[in-house]
Design a binder for this molecule. Structure first.
Ligand SMILES: *Cc1c(COP(=O)(O)O)cnc(C)c1O
Length: 236
């Protein structure tokens, strides 16, 4: 596939995704202007990121530092603005790298990780690192996220960290369960959380297959990969 036709393919996919977001917003009685589209570019090359940026995308999501860091360098060298969202499970030894390029880290799910991010952000950044707390919607610790029962305590800890800015919550729909009831649980956690943190308004939820359910339940940021760039060869 040559350069031009890949761009056209991505452009058509982007139109379709924006239409799905508009339809979901209409059904939920929401304004599409409330929804930020994060293009998830994991497994796809920096050229695809550049196509998306050329098509008006600014927010880009990646889930592994090993892949994100060189792409962020390549895009910066091309002289194009991108906001990188780190959306995957984060090992503490990658925090030092991630704070150098991430606009927002979506996947903070424990005090030790938060503390490491805070230390590295204090050393390496001029502005606080924006973070979201990932809330678990199932009881599978392998998929990341803080159990809802521990959310309030983690939020309180992070809110006190000077080099982190707590911006909201993130969640991934559980496997093997319909997304709707899971996102309805998320909506309840959001209501409770925002009572204490009214300025932490970001709700990162919804992927290619469940963006409508997420928008119905209050998502402000949807993370869309395969619907924009195609099915990834390996499930990750
Ligand atoms: C890969 C990934 C996405 C995007 O998933 P698609 O189904 O390809 O849209 C969103 N969020 C996270 C955390 C991911 O790892």
């Amino acid at each position: 596939m040559d350069h031009v036709s890949r761009r056209d393919e991505v452009a058509a996919n982007l139109v379709a995704v924006r239409e799905r977001i508009a339809t979901a917003c209409a059904a939920a009685g929401r304004d599409p202007g409330e929804i930020t589209l994060i293009a998830v570019t994991k497994t796809y090359p920096a050229e695809d990121v550049l196509h998306l940026l050329d098509l008006g995308i600014i927010e880009v999501g990646e889930n592994r530092d090993q892949e994100a860091a060189p792409k962020a360098v390549a895009v910066a060298q091309a002289g194009v603005l991108a906001h990188w969202h780190f959306i995957g499970q984060l090992q503490r030894n990658k925090a030092r790298s991630v704070v150098t390029y991430a606009e927002m880290v979506h996947s903070v799910d424990g005090e030790k990780l938060a503390s490491t991010l805070n230390d590295q952000a204090a050393r390496l950044r001029g502005t606080p690192q924006k973070v979201l707390i990932q809330v678990s919607l199932d009881s599978n610790p392998l998929r990341g996220g803080v159990p809802p029962a521990d959310l309030a305590a983690l939020a309180e800890t992070i809110a006190k960290m000077p080099a982190l800015k707590l911006c909201g919550l993130m969640a991934v729909a559980p496997l093997g369960e319909p997304a709707k009831p899971a996102f309805e649980r998320l909506a309840r956690y959001i209501t409770l959380f925002q009572t204490d943190y009214p300025d932490a308004t970001v709700v990162s939820a919804g992927m290619s297959d469940d963006l409508a359910e997420a928008i119905a339940c209050g998502a402000t940021h949807v993370r869309i990969g395969s619907a924009l760039l195609g099915k990834r060869p390996v499930l990750r």
